[in-house]
Design a protein around this ligand. Structure first.
Ligand code: ADP
Ligand code: MG
Length: 371
């Protein structure tokens, strides 16, 4: 049930600001999301200039230009910005000063507001609350006292998550009402956090929506996600959701993208509760691991959709033409790459990382799910 709607918004003309073949996209970040975006851009005759602190990274290997410099180097950032037509991001944790130095030089898509909200769980959860989008019960935590009150208030098992820089389950502690708040606050590193009630969900799903410069939105089918050790393990489409549940999930993602006035992609992770309610967990204003299945099952995949959106081009058809499962290849999983090549109907995507480490995303494989 992918959705596509077109509507002109705020008098912006879709055609007026198109970046076409030969144009330059600046991507801040040099990982696999940048790599797959650069490959999609190349297919449309566009070129990418990657900005990354890491020489020889996944994105730089396949891009037309690479600047290797720290994210805090404002001079290097300015030179990079001047060399491109539009700037996008493959992660949301862009330092605030760097973001401020880029704003005004070139269009930033998504804009600073989406990045700022998504890089802080407190503002992210407040954003959902302001939109009337339900989440797990939560409280902001700025010290052991907040934590003590929060544990009493939630009254059951809870997760303490750092407000910033958490990913793949890192920066999280599982607590219960008997946990010692002082200990937990210290173990987390005494940084701002959220404490949220543990949701007993029946399924975990996510929706990725693209929003164009003209306000058109195109939503991919909801995908069902399974995590292992806090890291995404598989994403499967179609998700086992009723039509109403799938629609509710898409509505949440579209509403959030519109409220952010976002141009680009927004991925929203959600839980389906035992009583059939869709609640939001977190969001990311960029391509998302749980959207890698779109590369081999959709008329337009998430990376091409991002390229189209940030370049002011018409969004593509997000429709899905087959059921699919994506399996992440984490750490030494990648050593089996040859066996995935032999799998009927499968497509293997490797990220060009030279060294496999535990928990490191090395590639993924998309294949038809067996019932
Ligand atoms: N409130 C919660 N209740 C139950 N499980 C949760 C909750 N929050 C997170 N999880 C589980 O932990 C995973 C990682 O948490 P998440 O908030 O998505 O952080 P990360 O930024 O590390 O992805 C989720 O995908 C989900 O499986
Ligand atoms: Mg997550």
């Amino acid at each position: 049930m992918s959705v596509m709607t077109a509507h002109a918004s705020e008098g912006r003309e879709a055609g007026s600001a198109m970046i076409g073949p030969g144009g330059w996209i600046g991507i801040l970040g040099g990982g696999q999301l940048g790599r797959m975006t650069a490959l999609a851009a190349a297919r449309l005759g566009l070129r990418c200039h990657i900005y990354t602190p890491e020489a020889e990274g996944p994105a730089g290997q396949v891009a037309s230009r690479v600047t290797v410099a720290p994210y805090e180097d404002l001079d290097a950032l300015a030179r990079w910005a001047d060399s491109v037509d539009v700037i996008t991001f493959e992660f949301e944790n862009v330092p605030a000063a760097s973001l401020a130095s880029l704003a005004g030089r070139r269009p930033l898509r998504p804009g600073p507001r989406a990045l700022e909200i998504a890089q802080d769980r407190i503002s992210e959860k407040s954003f959902f609350a302001d939109l009337g989008i339900p989440t797990a019960p939560w409280v902001p935590v700025h010290g052991a006292d907040d934590l003590r009150h929060g544990l009493a208030h939630l009254g059951g098992p809870a997760l303490l998550k750092t407000a910033r820089l958490g990913y793949d389950g890192k920066g999280q502690l599982r607590l219960d009402p008997t946990s010692d708040p002082e200990d937990a606050w210290r173990s987390l590193g005494q940084v701002p956090a959220v404490l949220e009630g543990l949701v007993s969900f029946s399924r975990e799903v996510s929706v990725i929506v693209a929003r164009g410069l003209d306000g058109a939105v195109a939503c991919f089918d909801p995908t069902e996600n399974v995590h292992r050790n806090g890291i995404l393990h598989t994403s499967t489409v179609p998700a086992a959701l009723s039509e109403d549940e799938a629609e509710a999930a898409c509505r949440v993602a579209i509403r959030a993208a519109q409220a952010l006035d976002l141009v680009g992609l927004l991925a929203v992770e959600m839980f389906l509760t035992m009583d059939g309610q869709i609640i939001a967990n977190e969001m990311a204003p960029r391509p998302h691991n749980s959207g890698h299945w779109t590369m081999d099952a959709c008329h337009t995949d998430q990376f091409e959709q991002l390229v189209r959106a940030v370049c002011g081009l018409p969004l593509g058809d997000p429709g899905r033409f087959r059921p699919l499962r994506m399996l992440n290849l984490i750490g030494d999983d990648v050593l089996d790459w040859v066996s995935h090549l032999a799998r009927p109907g499968a497509r293997l995507h490797l990220y060009g990382k030279h060294e496999s480490r535990p928990g490191r995303k090395m590639g993924h494989v998309n294949f038809p799910p067996t019932p």
